[in-house]
Design a protein around this ligand. Structure first.
Ligand code: G6P
Length: 481
């Protein structure tokens, strides 16, 4: 199968460089080995987008990476406007943060249509397309409009919330209808898949069969769950090696016997940073013996800075950190070490291994690979404890972590103190159970499972393009504007 993978953000082939977001970092090693062509945004824009799309193409493993300049007139409306100020907040159940306009939606659709045109040049006999994430919900429909008959899969890295939340997104109906032009739609968890199926039933009035198949005006779409994993063995050995990295050894030296909790997140309101810092504040207040003996290293990588909600969050977190440090700090002790920059995977692996507690407490998260990486990075003989939000997709598999409700500050403070006093035998038991699950379901398995499901659709001859329904539908296109 000649595979074309599409995502807004792509990663170049240097795993040790800082990468923004779980998606690009997770996809890099598997796409690199698959021989696929990975197509995404170059991060640059260009005028005159009606002309031939401009792509910078370089080798990536046995395949290639194609980075497209997106249309200047529509990039802001597409990325900051609709994708990240309408879809992202809604997908994370924060409809109160939706700020968008009709112009943003039109730009989103234009960029989806532009991407579809750009993809035609990578289409060969036997091609399958695999579209990633909420930036390209309408890409399947756009490809069909251009006559693409090959299988098209889609995977959503974020949660899919309940219907009443999705209904807060302007044009939700049209968008979900367009999504049904995909042959296969993958979700991180059964809850996300069920929420989507409920919307399809209630808002679109369609039947979702027991096997997850929906028949729409486009043809058949299969809904299924594919929880994303990590390469646990590779991460574990990177962590063991990373102890000698200068940043990691400097951190160790600076601790002077003090214990460390670590949080690593994009600076995003879905990550629960404010609640987490309140919980540490409460922990130091409730357990004065932990003052000077436990500190938090919080890495918060700036993200989507042009959007007001992100700018506000950055100021709020910085104020809060400074307030907590001001109250609990001593002349020779800083409770929260707060860093606004990104680190490469190798250094992160070493930092995770140095910390006795990993704190992953999002309010909502599709999966959260930091949780999995923290576990894989531990020394099996003396592992740290993962404190994990029950609202992260990862909590389904990592159920022997200490699960918390990130809205319950007192509860989180109690659990953090518990994590710090957990006996070695219990830490080992919990860690082994989690490692076992991580080993049994790696990122390679995730990739292979999705591709297999897409191939099955192709070999059964049930792709939408192969069905008569689609041929009929092509004559009356989806109302786009
Ligand atoms: C999440 C999303 C990804 C996105 C990443 C970073 O992981 O699911 O699609 O790439 O965040 O966000 P950014 O807007 O910087 O690409």
């Amino acid at each position: 199968m000649n595979l074309v993978v599409v995502s807004n953000r792509v990663a170049r082939g240097k795993a040790n460089e800082p990468m923004t977001g779980g998606l690009a970092a997770a996809l890099l090693p598997v796409v690199e080995n698959s021989g696929a062509i990975w197509v995404g945004s170059s991060g640059r824009v260009r005028d005159g987008f009606h002309k031939e799309p401009f792509a910078e193409i370089e080798a990536l493993g046995s395949g290639a990476l194609a980075m497209l300049d997106l249309p200047a007139a529509h990039y802001g409306g597409y990325y900051e406007g609709f994708a990240n100020s309408a879809l992202w907040p809604a997908l994370h159940s924060r409809s109160d943060l939706i700020r968008t306009s009709q112009g943003d939606y039109l730009s989103y659709r234009e960029v989806n249509a532009f991407m579809a045109r750009a993809l035609l040049r990578f289409r060969k006999t036997g091609t399958a397309f695999w579209v990633q994430d909420y930036h390209f919900l309408a890409l399947g429909a756009e490809l069909r409009e251009l006559g693409v008959t090959e299988p098209i899969g889609f995977f959503l890295h974020t949660p899919w919330p309940t219907s009443s939340v999705i209904e807060g997104v302007p044009h939700h109906h049209e968008l979900v209808e367009a999504m049904l032009a995909f042959d296969l739609i993958g979700f991180q968890t059964a809850l996300d898949c069920d929420n989507f199926a409920s919307y399809v039933r209630e808002a679109l009035g369609l039947v979702v069969q027991h096997d997850g198949v929906v028949i729409s005006q486009h043809g058949r779409t299969r809904l299924a769950v594919f929880p994303i994993g990590i390469d646990a063995e590779k991460f574990a050995s990177a962590a063991a090696k990373a102890v000698s990295h200068p940043d990691v050894s400097r951190l160790r030296r600076s601790l002077n016997g003090e214990r460390l909790a670590i949080g690593v997140d994009r600076l995003d309101y879905s990550k629960g940073l404010v609640n987490r810092i309140h919980a540490f504040d409460r922990m130091w207040t409730m357990h004065p013996s932990l003052v000077r003996s436990v500190s938090l290293l919080q890495i918060a990588t700036p993200s989507r800075g042009g959007i007001e909600a992100y700018g506000n969050l950055q100021s709020e977190v910085a104020r809060l950190v400074s307030d907590v440090n001001g109250r609990h700090g001593e002349v020779d002790w800083t409770p929260i070490r707060y860093l606004n920059k990104g680190y490469g995977q190798a250094v992160l692996a070493g930092l995770y291994r140095t910390a006795q507690v990993g704190v992953v407490t999002p309010l909502h998260d599709g999966m959260n690979l930091v949780a999995k990486e923290y576990v894989a990075a531990q020394n099996p003989a003396d592992p740290g404890v993962l404190v994990l939000s029950k609202f992260a997709g990862a909590a389904n598999e990592l159920d022997t972590a200490l699960l918390v409700n990130p809205h319950d500050i007192d509860g989180m403070a109690r659990v953090l103190a518990m994590a710090l006093s957990m006996p070695l035998a219990e830490r080992r038991m919990r860690h082994e159970a989690m490692m076992d699950k991580l080993r049994r379901h790696t990122i390679q398995d995730w990739f292979a499972d999705f591709i297999r499901a897409l191939q099955d659709i192709q070999s059964e001859g049930t792709t939408q393009a192969g069905s008569a329904l689609w041929q009929r539908r092509a004559t009356h296109s989806i109302a786009r504007h």
